[in-house]
Design a protein around this ligand. Sequence first.
Ligand code: SF4
Length: 471
Amino acid sequence: MSTPVKHAFSNAAFVALKDVQLQTALDRGMTRAVNGRVAAMSETSNAPALRQQARRARLDALARLPELLEQFETAVIANGGHVLWAEDAAEANALLVDLCKRENVTRITKGKSMVSEEAGVNHALEQAGIEVVESDLGEYILQLAGEPPSHIVFPVVHKTRQQVATVLQSTLNMPPTDDPEMMTRFVRGVMREKFLASELGISGANFAVAETGAIVTCENEGNNRLSTTMPRIQLAIVGIEKILATMEDLGTLMQLLPRSATGQRITVYNNIMTGPRKPGEKDGPEAFYVLLLDNGRSRILASEYAESLACIRCGACMNICPVYQNVGGHAYGAVYPGPIGSIVTPLLNGLSTAPELPQASSLCGACQAACPVDIAIPAMLLKLRRDLNDTKQTGAIWRIGMRIWRIGMRSKALYDIGTAAGRITTRLLGGESGVLRRLPPPLNGWTDSRDFPALSRERFRDRLARRSKTP
Ligand code: SF4
């Protein structure tokens, strides 16, 4: 659970905005991601219809979640696998440690999994004396650097390649180079030994299909496939919302996830895993486990925020968000950053742990427009702001200001007086340039990082009336 720190987001955002290397890395990474998604989506024959089909598949699955989870469990068991259920992170970690002890597991390789970040799986296993190695290149670099991911798809997007080279040289003695291909080749050599030695492979899941009991992972490095096929035991840790009803629904979602996440028509490796090795099969794990984690999702499902669980974790809303683009993922101080993270984090951990996050949005709507399942992100951010206000977590000055604003907006006379006063005051304070460089407290937060242009001499409604009278 996050620790509530007043102004944690704004303090971190100010630091991030002044970090030149972070700004360089974000600029390159986000531009590439947005352009890639737009190009890949433009290749689909009917993107709006596909989005709505995907949305229906996700919302239908959520509406039938208890039934589909039971169907999924039955299918996994019929395939020869085992299903573990965890209500929260502590229970998930206890089950994992217990399994490792029972099966004499001391070394684990792990594919990228945000839900395992959420549950703090690595920490719990390491506390129990078990070695866990992240096998995704970005995640491995961060594990070596001792940092959390800053993006759900591009975990190391906040680092330049020169910074990555420094991490690899200082922790693994890599020969000096910052050539991405050489660095990847070097890490591949290190990882190969880890794969061969591990007894348990952990993966996340992009989807879990109720109809077949399949776990689906989409990736580009092949590390997930190695993590889940080379060790003798395979375990997928899966948030319960990841369920899909049918393989047909999977077909719909698979057309959108890679396009939205990495701008690819399809990822290089798409793994559909349905259980342990069968008699006569040459490879695959001897045992197959799925750990289904709730960790607050049932509570969200029963609330007016249930739609947030339809997220397929593609990261498109982060890439396009003007706030994320400028401050990066670490400023959010949460496993799930960006617009959807600003909804999910307070819902999972409690509004009081992250009161600034619902405000960390301009509500421009770019997130919803980019979302492959059309999640109403701005509307939910607004509802969370309402909740903050209702529970008096917005601060007295803010609430008084909003009350005054509301009174003014409801009365034409007060509105006219207010805008006239605003025009005169801002023009007087702004001087010749008409731009205020410094507002007095408590409004100085605005001008700490940007100007405040004086209000226009002519109101929009007056200009409109004048123009409509002009022949
Ligand atoms: S909210 Fe939509 S765009 Fe954002 S990560 Fe989830 S699926 Fe992708």
